[in-house]
Design a protein. Structure first.
Length: 294
């Protein structure tokens, strides 16, 4: 793992690792590792930063994260307070298709699975309608031992492989996960600065200073590694937060409060940015969600 010192410990007697965590919040730093990661969110809400894209996550979501893809499950701000009722829980499976399992994935019978992983190298989110079936396979693996681990792993991989035509990638195929250790550490610091301060009025100069770069150098660096400008990335983080607020019980007549809470100082600008990213107005977004939930 080269973005931050983060290595999956693989015992000599295991080829597939599963772990379950329950703690105040997710690991708060951008990181990557050689292993593929399959994670089911059992409790918690936030934003998954995967490569150069962002995805909201909540209980029940399952993500398959490609090997070496920089990623971060960023818990919502309320998980970093003294509220002891706010905790996260997740179960993850890790495997290295090029490591100890290389011989398995090179078998003729695994050819289509290996091609599937190569085609979807950055990973994807499991579609909601298939999440329950995949979650059951993840938990069967987690609770198994000895030879049953490998048996249940093959059932899990086969189940995921069967979704080929229904999935969307976590980030673009054009994204390169080839980031050096120094670049990764700097990028992690930048993204953490933005996600921790997005609801304040932060400027290009603020984030450039946090990265110890000039604004011009920062703009080039950030665009190269994320394919976003600072403003477009900041807006997506803010709109992601606003979306969660709008569907979590906020009243439609408090849209302006949601906008200011997310860091916008103009309701007009908020409405414009919201529609450009989501494709509909905040009020239409609330109505659409209400119809789906109803």
């Amino acid at each position: 793992m080269k973005v931050l010192p983060f290595t999956i410990f693989v015992p000599d007697d295991k080829s597939v690792i599963s772990e379950q965590i329950e703690q105040p919040h997710f690991y708060p730093y951008l990181h990557r590792h050689d292993e593929w990661q399959i994670t089911i969110i059992k409790k918690g809400e936030g934003t998954l930063i995967a490569g150069n894209e962002m995805h909201a996550f909540s209980s029940g979501d399952i993500f398959v994260i490609g090997a070496k893809l920089p990623h971060l499950f960023k818990s919502n701000p309320e998980y970093f307070t003294d509220d002891k009722s706010k905790t996260i829980k997740a179960t993850s499976v890790y495997f290295n298709s090029n490591g100890i399992l290389g011989a398995l994935f090179n078998l003729p019978e695994m050819k289509t699975v290996s091609s599937f992983l190569m085609k979807n190298k950055h990973g994807f989110k499991i579609p909601e309608r298939y999440a329950k079936a995949i979650a059951e396979k993840i938990m069967n693996l987690h609770h198994s031992s000895s030879m049953d681990v490998l048996f249940n792993f093959l059932k899990l991989i086969n189940g995921i492989h069967g979704l080929n035509e229904y999935i969307e990638p976590l980030c673009s195929d054009m994204y390169s996960s080839d980031v050096t250790e120094n670049e990764g550490a700097r990028l992690s610091k930048i993204i953490n600065f933005i996600t921790e301060n997005y609801n304040n009025q932060i400027s290009l100069e603020d984030v450039a200073n946090a990265a110890f770069m000039t604004p011009q150098a920062f703009c080039r660096y950030f665009k190269k590694h994320t394919r976003h400008t600072f403003i477009s990335f900041l807006n997506e983080v803010r709109i992601n937060d606003a979306c969660k607020s709008l569907i979590s019980g906020e009243r439609a007549d408090c849209i302006s409060l949601v906008a200011y809470k997310a860091g916008f100082n103009s309701i007009t600008n908020f409405n414009r940015v919201f529609k450009s990213i989501i494709g509909q107005s905040p009020r239409d977004y609330i109505d659409s969600y209400a119809k789906l939930a109803g």
